[in-house]
Design a protein around this ligand. Structure first.
Ligand SMILES: *[C@@H]1O[C@H](CO)[C@@H](O)[C@H](O)[C@H]1NC(C)=O
Ligand SMILES: *[C@@H]1O[C@H](CO)[C@@H](O)[C@H](O)[C@H]1NC(C)=O
Ligand SMILES: *[C@@H]1O[C@H](CO)[C@@H](O)[C@H](O)[C@H]1NC(C)=O
Ligand SMILES: *[C@@H]1O[C@H](CO)[C@@H](O)[C@H](O)[C@H]1NC(C)=O
Length: 492
């Protein structure tokens, strides 16, 4: 017993009383809002705090999210969607109005701690052709000018989240990194401007997509420990594509004289459904290793200082486009309702905790009527298609969590997702009399027939007393730990 205490205390000494690596102040993530039934903002803010997130990135200046984040202690990066770039680029007055209504207002009226504005989202993605090439830089300049005019030039930094395809390497080695030639001049202008204005570069890195796009991609290399077949780049040995990808950017920056340019990872994560490689096992493995690196303050071989890393994503979004693949709706470390998908250590043994105070619709499901077997197969197919177009059937595909259902259950799943998405409304479980309502959970693990959250009567559970009591308790505990730590470490 005594021995355990001793070693525990020595460990605390080693880690510095708080038990956190130097420079680690909390976690960061993306909070996307493309859901048919978004979790109420106050519940999400509590979820963030309960899990140690102190930085969050929004894809748009959502009023509900920005208000709920007011005086939360969480730092905010606010995004500007690509469709707004043309207007913001065309006149500085438009940028001033945007900053006034979507930044200044929340800082002054709600105490929202907005620290940066992310202009556009992956504007140079090759799929977009050259759509945003001429507007992104003027939009950046106008937003910066507007921030300065609003007196926020120091407090709120600017950045552009980029897809990792803005740089490449012919040798396959990170040291060979360079910017795509057709973007070279523009990238230089952008980076110089960001540097002159105290901004930073943001890059999204997706080992999952590397693996998913190329069947011959070595799976272990997508995770963090391909020790069997590492990539050797001069004196550097890469065991994972995440570091190799990041360092390709760093060497591209170094080659152009921007070796000290601050870089943030804007998105990185692993989905849990909608693709054979997207499952709980892989997501847990990737995200846990990622979290461990963040908590330990681990950088890459070429840049030892760890970047801020925004995990993608916090919550599943059942209304995202499935163009990239069915997995696109399943990136959350939490499900649509803020429940836990798989256990995670959020740092120093702190387990992931679910959302509190979530209200659900009634405990009923819509399934295919057992007596509907003889029906016209065309009607059935049409009904399923209709249900899937309006609900979310991304778990039904090959290799997905509901990919092994028989035809009857498959139809039931489609009917239920429609029924739930439409708030279990009257008439939403008919499908030409092919469907009936049941109160018996039709789930067939791992396939879950969900019940939608009730967005009409949500409110975060009142926890003022409990949380302030917990805070005092925690303060007391850390005070004691601090004193004990000081004494013991002093003695060592
Ligand atoms: C931000 O401000 C502009 C005014 O320029 C407004 O039109 C826009 O809808 C606001 N909201 C978001 C989410 O950007
Ligand atoms: C990497 O780690 C995982 C889980 O810890 C293990 O199963 C796997 O064999 C390791 N791979 C290599 C190549 O070391
Ligand atoms: C289940 O439904 C989906 C979506 O309509 C369809 O693509 C799939 O082929 C169906 N599977 C079976 C076994 O009926
Ligand atoms: C479901 O209920 C929410 C909250 O009242 C509402 O915003 C949404 O439009 C409803 N959806 C449908 C399809 O009725």
């Amino acid at each position: 017993m005594g021995q355990i205490h001793w070693s525990l205390l020595s460990l605390l000494c080693l880690l510095g009383y708080g038990g956190l690596a130097e420079g680690f102040s909390g976690l960061a993530c993306n909070w996307g809002l493309q859901s048919t039934h978004p979790l109420p903002a106050d519940i999400v803010v509590r979820l963030l705090k309960d899990n140690g997130f102190n930085k969050v990135k929004l894809f748009e200046a959502d009023p509900g999210a920005l208000k709920a984040l007011g005086r939360s202690g969480i730092q905010v990066m606010v995004g500007i969607p690509n469709y707004m770039l043309a207007s913001l680029a065309s006149a500085v007055g438009n940028a001033e109005a945007w900053v006034q209504q979507n930044v200044s207002k929340y800082i002054s009226s709600y105490g929202t701690d907005i620290r940066s504005v992310a202009i556009g989202n992956e504007p140079f993605l090759q799929d977009y052709k050259d759509q945003f090439v001429s507007t992104i830089f003027p939009a950046l300049q106008n937003i910066e000018a507007a921030l300065i005019k609003a007196g926020l030039g120091k407090q709120v930094k600017v950045t552009i989240p980029l897809n990792a395809d803005v740089y490449q390497t012919d040798s396959g080695l990170p040291s060979g990194g360079y910017f795509r030639p057709e973007l070279q001049n523009l990238m230089m202008n952008i980076i110089k401007f960001l540097q002159d204005n105290g901004g930073f570069l943001t890059i999204n890195i997706y080992p999952f997509l590397s693996m998913q796009a190329d069947p011959s991609f070595p799976k272990e290399y997508a995770f963090f420990n391909n020790t069997a077949k590492p990539l050797v780049d001069g004196s550097i040995v890469y065991t994972n594509v995440y570091d190799a990808n990041f360092d390709t950017l760093i060497s591209a920056l170094e080659k152009n004289g921007f070796g000290r340019m601050p870089v943030v990872i804007g998105e990185v994560g692993w989905p849990t459904d909608g693709d054979p490689g997207a499952n709980v096992e892989n997501a847990k493995r990737f995200n846990q290793a990622l979290l461990d690196r963040i908590v330990q303050g681990q950088g890459s071989p070429r840049r030892r200082t760890p970047p801020d890393v925004y995990i993608f994503s916090l919550i599943d979004e059942d209304h995202k486009s499935t163009l990239p693949g069915n997995f696109e709706r399943h990136w959350g470390i939490f499900k649509y309702d803020g429940s836990i998908k798989y256990p995670l250590d959020m740092g120093n043994g702190r387990p992931i905790v679910p959302a509190k105070g979530v209200k659900y619709l009634a405990k009923k499901w819509c399934v295919m009527s057992p007596s509907a077997g003889v029906s016209d197969p065309n009607t059935l197919a049409q009904s399923i298609t209709y249900a899937c177009e309006n609900g979310d059937c991304t778990s039904l595909g090959y290799g997905s969590s509901c990919g092994n259902l028989d035809a009857q259950s498959n139809a039931s799943y489609a009917f239920n997702t429609y029924f739930q998405t439409t708030n279990q409304s009257k008439g939403a479980c008919s499908f030409n009399n092919l469907a009936v309502i049941t109160t018996v959970d039709p789930s067939k693990p791992p396939c879950r027939f969900e019940i939608m959250i009730d967005t009409r009567k949500q409110k975060a559970s009142p926890s003022v007393y409990r949380s302030s009591a917990a805070k005092i308790e925690a303060m007391f505990a850390s005070l004691i730990l601090g004193i004990v730590g000081l004494v013991i470490c002093g003695v060592h």
